[in-house]
Write a new protein. Sequence first.
Lengths: 271, 271
Amino acid sequence: MAADASAEPRAWEQVLQHIERRLLDGDLAPGDRLPGERALAAELGVGRSSVREALRVLEVLGLIRTHTGSGPTAGAIIIATPGGGMSALMRLQVAASGFPVADIVATRLVLEASVAGDLAAASAVEPGPDLAAADRLLDAMDDAALAAPDFLALDAAFHLALAEASGNQVITATMAGLRSGIEGYALAGLARIDDWHAASARLRSEHRGVVAAIRAADAATARTRMHDHISGYYAQTSPDRTFATPEPPPHPADLDEVAVDVVPTGENDIT
Amino acid sequence: MAADASAEPRAWEQVLQHIERRLLDGDLAPGDRLPGERALAAELGVGRSSVREALRVLEVLGLIRTHTGSGPTAGAIIIATPGGGMSALMRLQVAASGFPVADIVATRLVLEASVAGDLAAASAVEPGPDLAAADRLLDAMDDAALAAPDFLALDAAFHLALAEASGNQVITATMAGLRSGIEGYALAGLARIDDWHAASARLRSEHRGVVAAIRAADAATARTRMHDHISGYYAQTSPDRTFATPEPPPHPADLDEVAVDVVPTGENDIT
DNA sequence: CGCTCCCATGTGGTCTGACCACACTGTACC
DNA sequence: GGTACAGTGTGGTCAGACCACATGGGAGCG
């Protein structure tokens, strides 16, 4: 904390702080256009290259989008789409061994189980969550002609659709980033699957099961099924790692009164 | 998805991709030094400013650290400390209204409840989690002379220490980022607290309660207490906002026998 | 009068070259 | 042997110059 006291001689940080302050003050809001790079440089008394370094950071973080040319779409425009920045962060951290894949999977388990439980809880009251996008992806995944990588892309979109349906933008963006971080890992894991046809059938079935539990407003089952679904896939694609689910066999259909919170997940079964 | 196909002529992206590839290939690992900016520019056939933009991104994302001068500590060195990048991302997204504060708090609830549950489960087996850092912070917070902002800083460090004890680096970094994103919000909320002395006493008590539940290997209680602790503070500091608790009502415990089942392994350490 | 074409203008994207401050390193000097 | 100092290479910054691109307004034509 407070390690940034004293002076910040770095010019590009001044630019970053200036833009952040203008955002916090309400001077800038999503949809607004930033001043041009040259104007910003003159305004802050720094070189244009320093401005560009700050803008590059903002762009990677998903805060601005830049277009060349002129007109209303040109220039740097404030957007607030954290997905991209999260993805870049996760991907690079994984590449640099900063994030073990096992930790990412464990985090996915926590977040997605929570999402599934929330959606199920939301199903108990009108109008319930909007699962139309998830349903469409589910149907698309039924196409038997799908190649495995395409199937996985739809799978990722399905999980993301559920997160979006939960309405929590932070969880949605984080999950998108986590997925990106382990995308290469998931694709590489395909090679370890002997019978893709059977595997994809199981994944499809598990997806339907999760959605069914959500629609039934059965939070505990939804959480459990989501947990088993995710951990099962990674257990299959990385047999060397111990992804053993320490939980009782997945026959969670009996929780009407057992619903006692169950401490459903919480376990990072990693080694 | 897949909107990034075709060509990415942006020179700085080439640099980024080149470094990412070298990381994935194992040519670069944490602790290694990157080639100099001039060398990198010549090697990739781009200008030095483009290299710098890429390095700036890597620096903000927490992948490298740069030092001027010469010697073994100078230059750009690969580090993999995602905390900084996560914090910058969250802070800026909050500033740009990309992340509602309520969503951040909800995500904290999910992650921290999971952490508390994991730690409690890990306490069931030897040697149990390392809570020494958390204990020290707890003691430090007992200092009655602490100003409120200092207390909050220790509070944040305490929560972070718990996350670190859980061993999941992704959750730790994410929680650090979430905290940063709402730091200003938490500080502003102090003004809404009438009796800081009583409030801090309650927070301290709640902290002790969480740790006690963890030590007792009582996962459900640990989760519940952590959930109530976090949501309670934000409910107090933002009474006008409705913090719809995203989770099903935190059932109190009845887990005497449930507590055993899970998670035999707590150690993951490095890979 | 209306339409079309075209170029002036302003944007980001990139490169080059030049300084500066800094920190180590080896050497010359004492 | 020890100390002071210049050399060297690093990132940090700036200035200036192009380029590609997209718009928009004006000139020219029908």
